[in-house]
Design a protein around this ligand. Structure first.
Ligand code: HEM
Length: 456
């Protein structure tokens, strides 16, 4: 099979067969968010490059795997109306009903337009105050672990933090009331149980009672604490002036809970691990954080001006994008350069393998936050770096997640040094194995040695 690595968009005529479809492997494979696909793409993306075709026993229409930034721009931005959400969302639908991550067409547009203002910089700045206290509250328990020379299960710790941050942003003080009434956090199992099977979906959907109860209470009392739930309840359709139905509110709250916690938590899990492996990066990060106003009193603007910290996060998202694979479905026939995209074709975009293409990223396996420095020339191609996707359906929570992650690093990294101790993983580095499911996670929890830093 012809290698497609060095082809540039538009020069693909020779690679396209008589059908106009791009070349691809002979073996049949059903692409999906699983280990088999991960292993197959690890071979095929380097071999076939920009765009290749995979046939499957289970799918009538061909699957095209696209890893060329210009083609990606075409699909996600220029001609995005032609590309509906693709396969792989069935399991997500069980959890999220018809929330904006799965809906399409007019329904999606209406919901997205109503939700977008809630994610303004000003709103997120206000929500970040709760994030500040949540992170400050971690110092006590982390300090105890450091005092007693124990390790920290950073994977679980980040998962709990991610869940706490999004729940507090959605429910604010109603979260405390709910915990009191229910005798514990009814959503807590989401941070512990990372399998997203039918049982979890049923358990999660049963929490509708809790959310709709709070909606009802806020309607009756007229109370509107500052949080995402109030912002969603008060959002109005521009044309009709109508608000969201209870079902819509529920699906969107559930969407924010699920989409909003695993992704940031997974990224922070990797950040801590990568920092533990790269002392020079850690040193530069600490130097930048030391410039912040002491005593945790830094402003939101100072937090968001942390350049190097943002580069560290971007480089982590390059190497370990939580959404490592996503899909679209072509409504009408289209073209990517000289390649034909038949109507009904499944499109797969894989940030993980795109972000590791040596044609786009020199020395791609190296952890090097400097790649994202503003002074770097040439700058990063926007469509070669898509951990949040791009275009109309770009992640609505991208800015929120940077605020959340920068706040975490700003408040914890200057106080604690986390070190990877192979012994904590029954003896080997290989324990850091990937678990490529709907989200890219580590198969096992990462345990890190923890000690106090000498901060003055
Ligand atoms: C590091 C953190 C995050 C990453 C890497 C991430 C990644 C993504 C990606 C790749 C998509 C597009 C999926 C597709 O088009 O098929 C997406 C969509 C979405 N994300 Fe995020 N996300 C993150 C954090 C968040 C947070 C914190 C929230 C909520 C507060 C959130 C809410 C959403 C929603 C609602 C959508 C659907 C948007 C739409 O279709 O209009 N995400 N995210």
């Amino acid at each position: 099979m012809k290698s497609r690595e060095n082809d540039s968009p538009g020069s693909d005529q020779d690679a396209a067969g008589a059908s106009g479809l791009p070349a691809g492997p002979d073996e049949l494979h059903t692409i999906g968010p699983d280990h088999q696909t991960f292993a197959a793409l690890a071979r095929w993306v380097p071999e076939y490059g920009d765009c290749f075709c995979v046939q499957s026993r289970d799918r009538r229409d061909p699957s095209l795997v696209v890893s060329n930034p210009d083609y990606i721009k075409h699909i996600l931005l220029t001609n995005h109306e032609n590309y509906a959400k693709g396969v792989g969302f069935e399991r997500v639908k069980m959890l999220l009903g018809n929330g904006i991550i799965v809906s399409d067409g007019e329904e999606w547009r209406r919901q997205r337009t109503m939700m977008q203002p809630g994610f303004s910089r000003a709103n997120i700045a206000r929500l970040s105050e709760a994030m500040r206290s949540q992170n400050q509250a971690l110092r006590g328990p982390w300090g105890l672990l450091a005092d007693s020379g124990q390790t920290i299960d950073i994977t679980t710790a980040m998962s709990r933090l991610g869940l706490d941050v999004i729940l507090r942003s959605i429910l604010s003080r109603d979260l405390d009331r709910t915990i009191e009434r229910e005798g514990g956090n009814p959503f807590g199992f989401l941070a512990e149980d990372t399998t997203r099977d039918i049982q979890t979906a049923v358990r999660f959907r049963n929490l509708a009672r809790v959310i709709l109860g709070l909606v009802d209470e806020r309607r009756r009392t007229g109370e509107r604490p500052f949080d995402f739930l109030s912002l969603l309840m008060d959002a109005r359709d521009r044309k009709s002036g109508a608000g969201m139905t209870d079902k819509e509110l529920l699906d969107e709250v559930n969407t924010l809970i699920i989409a909003g916690h695993e992704t940031s938590a997974g990224t922070l899990n990797w950040v801590w691990y990568l920092l533990s492996q790269h002392p020079q990066v850690e040193e530069r990060l600490l130097a930048e954080l030391a410039e912040l106003t002491p005593g945790d009193d830094f402003s939101f603007d100072q937090l968001m001006a942390l350049n190097y910290t943002a580069c560290v996060l971007k480089e982590t998202l390059r190497l370990y994008p939580p959404v490592w694979l996503f899909s679209r479905r072509a409504r009408q026939e289209d073209r990517l350069g000289a390649l034909r995209v038949p109507a009904g074709a499944h499109i797969f975009i894989t940030p993980y393998f795109l972000h590791r293409r040596p044609e786009l990223w020199p020395d791609p396996e190296r952890f090097d936050p400097e790649r994202f420095a503003e002074s770097r020339s040439p700058p990063v191609d926007r469509y070669a770096f898509i951990p949040f996707s791009a275009g109309a359906r770009r992640c609505i929570g991208d800015y929120f997640s940077f605020v959340e992650m920068q706040m975490h690093l700003a408040l914890l990294a200057p106080h604690f040094a986390l070190r990877y101790e192979p012994g904590a993983h029954q003896g080997s580095r290989e324990a850091i194995e990937l678990d490529p499911a709907v989200n890219l996670r580590t198969r096992n929890s990462i345990h890190l040695g923890i000690r106090h830093r000498n901060t003055t």
